[in-house]
Write a protein that binds this ligand. Structure first.
Ligand code: ZN
Length: 319
């Protein structure tokens, strides 16, 4: 049986749920579609992630407006992927914040990534013609940036904890309420996308640094909000197990002089009993194994995905 390319046949809308997860802290989850969030300052809002298009983002902002009418001062982008950034113009933010490497990645591969993600996940791109162009961060940093929320609302700490899902991931951490927005560094009952990842760093010190924060609630890139220390530990643990299984399976085939296709089959067989039913598993696996194979072959930075390369890798592996 031939499987439909990536998520191109996934066209049924997901149920979006707005959750209040702390005092003035909001998350919109959507059954495995990319999550977004917002944090109230004293007299402004910080929004986390921008969705795939301005039209998609407006739906989220309309729901948020039932809770707060504060203006959006900051829009924080956890990384460069198109489905997280191209809706930015809807927010009217004064400042768009990302990691230094995210800005460089948008310059290097933003256009290619836009075409790639539109082809892979067309459902997320509500009215793609509403996208005015690439999203350019207007403030970037390398290690850490603190936003004072004003009044008695404490600080929001933005931090780069190491390479992981991309080479420019940042997390948003509320130390007072111990709430973490982890971007795609952590998924909760959704498959990982690792096509632009640094698997060894991610599975090791980067996830160690995430765990060391000691969050009481965690909003991952996809999936439900993890509430309570046990759920947070489970989400981080699932993410690490997915990566370690890939590293073990693909690594064994690579070390034995096998082929990319054999590595794909080994990783698929090992992961599918636990993760095969989770959102975007089938979509992600060919791209994931292709990138890990390159990483194990000493290719330091992920090769740029284009709409054409996506199809070639898919046809080679996913049949
Ligand atoms: Zn991503």
């Amino acid at each position: 049986m031939t499987k439909s390319f990536a998520s191109s046949a996934d066209l049924a809308d997901k149920e979006q749920t707005l959750e209040v997860i702390g005092d003035g802290v909001y998350a919109l989850t959507a059954e495995g579609d990319p999550n977004v969030g917002a944090i109230e300052g004293e007299d402004f809002l910080v929004c986390i992630e921008a969705m795939a298009t301005p039209v998609a983002a407006r739906g989220w902002l309309d729901r948020l407006r039932a809770h707060t009418d504060k203006p959006v001062r900051y829009l924080v982008l956890s990384h460069y992927h198109a489905v997280r950034v191209l809706g930015a113009s809807a927010f009217g933010a004064d400042v768009i914040i990302a990691h230094d490497n995210t800005r460089a990645l948008i310059a290097e591969r933003g256009m290619a990534d836009w075409a790639s993600e539109l082809g892979r996940m067309p459902r997320l791109f509500h009215d793609p013609a509403s996208i005015p162009g690439l999203t350019w961060p207007t403030a970037t940093f390398s290690e850490r940036l603190t936003i004072q929320l004003g009044g008695d609302r404490g600080d929001l700490v933005l931090a780069h904890l190491g390479r992981g899902h991309t080479e420019g991931d940042i997390v948003a951490w509320l130390p007072g309420q111990r709430i973490l927005f982890a971007g795609d560094l952590v998924e909760a009952q959704a498959a990982l996308y690792t096509g632009d990842a640094f698997h060894s760093d991610w599975a090791g010190r980067t996830l160690d640094a995430v765990a060391e924060l000691g969050a009481r609630a965690l909003v991952g890139g996809r999936g439900a909000v993890a509430r309570g220390p046990d759920a947070v530990t489970a989400a981080v643990g699932q993410t690490r197990d997915f990566l370690r299984t890939m590293l073990a399976e693909v690594g064994a085939v690579h070390a034995a002089g096998g082929t990319l296709k054999e590595a794909y089959q080994a990783a698929y067989s090992a992961l599918s009993p636990r993760y095969g039913r989770w959102p975007i598993f089938e979509h992600c696996m060919p791209f994931n194994v292709s990138r890990l194979w390159d990483e194990l072959s000493g290719i330091e930075r992920p090769v740029i995905w284009t709409a054409e390369r996506d199809r070639e890798v898919w046809d080679q592996l996913q049949e």
